[in-house]
Design a binder for this molecule. Structure first.
Ligand code: ZN
Length: 215
């Protein structure tokens, strides 16, 4: 089965065109983005626009939502190019591990998608990234309210959509705990705020976030 997978990979991925720059390249562990484009995905080092999010004790993000990183996220999240989770996990590994190491959270988790989204996409884009990282994680939240993607909505509208959209699976499990939550895009902070609020109301001691990008 493994060999068959390799053969299929080889057949489909050899002489690939980079999804970003369009140039032909020899795929190594993935066939979507060339090494040149990949090498531009570096952590963002300036936090001059750090803004507090209510209920969130601290947060960090890998990069800004623009350029090649934005293209990668759009392909991964909105066009369901699942293998890109490997690229995201690869670039996140070090900075996220550093953040995790400093924080030493009791629980590492992610913002889940609604079942309908999971079913239509075939995977949970956030969990898929966590599966590839070397950090144990646990699902502690459930998205109970279905909504269209938030992109394009203003802050007030987002707040309304996100309100009561998530629930804690088992509050016993999180009581007194320091929790680190992974999410892909930080826009207005409405989702993070809402999640941190319900986690704290359910007894969590601290809630921290790590985002792939800040918009
Ligand atoms: Zn390229």
């Amino acid at each position: 089965m493994k060999l068959l997978g390799k053969l299929l990979d080889y057949t489909f991925l050899s002489k690939n065109l980079c999804k970003i720059c369009g140039k032909e390249f020899e795929p190594e562990d993935q066939g979507f983005i060339c090494e040149v484009c990949l090498s531009t995905l570096k952590p963002y080092e300036f936090f001059e626009d750090y803004r507090d999010i209510p209920y969130v004790d601290s947060y960090e993000f890998f990069g800004k939502y623009d350029g090649i990183l934005r293209d990668v996220i759009i392909l991964y999240k909105f066009q369901s190019v699942k293998p890109l989770s490997k690229i995201i996990a690869k670039i996140l590994e070090e900075p996220l591990m550093d953040f995790w190491d400093n924080l030493k959270p009791d629980i590492f988790t992610y913002v889940p998608v609604h079942f309908i989204r999971w079913f239509s996409r075939g995977y949970d884009h956030n969990e898929e990234v966590l599966k590839l990282l070397n950090i144990p994680y646990r699902k502690i939240l459930r998205r109970k309210k279905y909504a269209k993607p938030l992109a394009g909505y203003g802050k007030t509208e987002r707040e309304r959509i996100i309100m009561n959209a998530y629930e804690v699976l088992n509050s016993e499990e999180i009581r007194g705990k320091r929790i680190l939550v992974y999410d892909d895009i930080l826009t207005t902070g409405s989702t993070a705020k809402n999640i941190a609020k319900i986690l704290k109301e359910s007894g969590a001691k601290e809630v921290h976030f790590y985002f792939l990008v800040k918009e």
